[in-house]
Design a binder for this molecule. Structure first.
Ligand SMILES: Cc1cc2nc3c(=O)[nH]c(=O)nc-3n(C[C@H](O)[C@H](O)[C@H](O)COP(=O)(O)OP(=O)(O)OC[C@H]3O[C@@H](n4cnc5c(N)ncnc54)[C@H](O)[C@@H]3O)c2cc1C
Length: 380
């Protein structure tokens, strides 16, 4: 197996939006960066594709010309219960819609233009420190690479080699979900996002680019098992009980007739580093999409981490200080959002509780506004 003899300042595992945003910021400061992505760009991903406005300015500062892309800006929310009650609320900060197919591809092109080496079809298999040396080796299916720092932005599935590390806490107790996504053409206002509850799950619908709408749902994995692992049966027997959802499924044009499906999704706070890697994005902790704007958390974490990495190199700080500063900044920034997400997740996807909660919130617009504000941060 070949070894690239170059020593990069930073190696990043996973070319999702967290890893690419980090790579771009480090390259902008003159660091040498390599990103390993096991798949090939452009690619579709299971995601609701609604981005909180907190990240809009950040993405523009990275170099994406969002204002010229004719994206939908979303400032109205509707949440329905299975029984048909709809809570309507304004989204004060709001968000915008963009498919991951477009966003991740644009970030990939920007990273390459800024001098980042992005290696596609390159699955990382292990990360090892060289004893008595500042260098870490990243072992991939394509060969070995060396770097001073290694960051893990490999998303929600923790690779086997990380799970085996002695300082990694595995979490197998949280609820197991599946995620399903379609792109559709439908008749929803482009400034509105809707979340429709069904038994043990909920489904978001909102506009993205290309005249597409994203219809994406999260369901307890038990729902699928109870329907013989047949997605169509589950949709017809469980999701269609919410008549808003039945409308979207039966009255829309499906751009992609077959859904994109991911399984074994668990939401939990993980950790900001292992003994070989700094972690960001879903690799550091993921939160139910209803309650936390995971994409914005990943991008914000990339900004926190980029600041610490740049200071580490420019000010010759210790690795220990880098790890501690990043962990403190991550916890300060996300702990409230994660706690709020945990409580909100318990209200949604439960037939009666959700219905009663939505009816109560309808009478308390101040509380609704407060809860919505806990699901995102301020622009950064
Ligand atoms: C159903 C659902 C709906 C969601 N909806 C929204 C939403 O509307 N808004 C929002 O803000 N968030 C949403 N989220 C959350 C959001 O999708 C994630 O928080 C976000 O994608 C995290 O980005 P990331 O860069 O950390 O990981 P990812 O985007 O998952 O990227 C990780 C990358 O690493 C690569 N990789 C993994 N392992 C390796 C390896 N060993 N070697 C090389 N490459 C590797 C993968 O191929 C992948 O490209 C949703 C999540 C789910 C499950």
């Amino acid at each position: 197996m070949e070894t690239d003899e170059k020593i990069y300042d930073c190696a990043i595992i996973g070319g999702g939006l967290s890893g690419l945003c980090l790579a771009i910021q480090l390259a902008d400061k003159g660091l040498t960066v390599i990103v390993f992505e096991k798949n090939e760009f452009p690619m579709h991903k299971v995601c609701g594709e609604y981005i909180s406005m907190e990240s809009h300015q950040f993405l523009k500062e990275l170099g994406l010309d969002l204002n010229t892309w004719d994206l939908p800006y979303i400032n109205r929310l509707g949440i329905s219960s299975e029984q048909g009650f709809m809570l309507n609320a304004p989204l004060d900060l709001g968000g915008f819609g963009i498919s991951r197919y477009t966003l991740d591809h644009e970030l990939f092109k920007l990273a390459v233009a800024k001098g980042v080496t992005v290696v596609e079809h390159c699955k990382v298999q292990d990360v090892k420190h060289i004893k008595e040396s500042p260098i870490t080796v990243v072992e991939t299916l394509n060969g070995n690479y060396k770097a001073i720092l290694v960051c893990g932005s490999y998303g929600k599935y923790t690779p086997a080699f990380v799970n085996e590390q002695s300082d990694y806490n595995t979490d197998k107790n949280s609820t197991n979900y599946i995620g399903v996504k379609y792109h559709i053409k439908t008749n929803l206002a482009s400034d509105r996002i809707e979340l429709h509850n069904f038994k043990d799950g909920y489904c978001g619908v909102s506009k993205v680019d290309k005249e597409w709408y994203c219809l994406c749902y999260l369901s307890n994995a038990k729902n699928l098992k109870n329907h013989g692992n047949n997605i169509k049966h589950m949709e017809e027997n469980v999701l269609y009980k919410n008549l808003y959802l039945k409308h979207y499924f039966t009255q829309s044009e499906f751009v992609t007739p077959q859904p994109l499906i991911i399984s074994n999704i668990r939401f939990s706070k993980k950790q900001t580093h292992t003994h070989t890697m700094l972690l960001l994005g879903d690799a550091a902790g993921s939160i139910s999409p209803l309650c936390g704007n995971g994409m914005s958390m990943g991008m914000r974490a990339s900004k926190l981490l980029a600041g610490e990495i740049i200071a580490y190199f420019n000010e010759h700080r210790s690795k220990k200080l880098l790890l501690n500063n990043y962990a403190a900044a991550w916890n300060k920034t996300f702990n409230t959002r994660i706690k709020a997400g945990y409580y909100l997740q318990n209200i949604f996807g439960k037939k009666t509780t959700t219905h009663v909660a939505l009816k109560a919130l309808n009478k308390l617009p101040g509380l609704t506004k407060k809860i919505i504000s806990l699901t995102h941060g301020q622009p950064f």
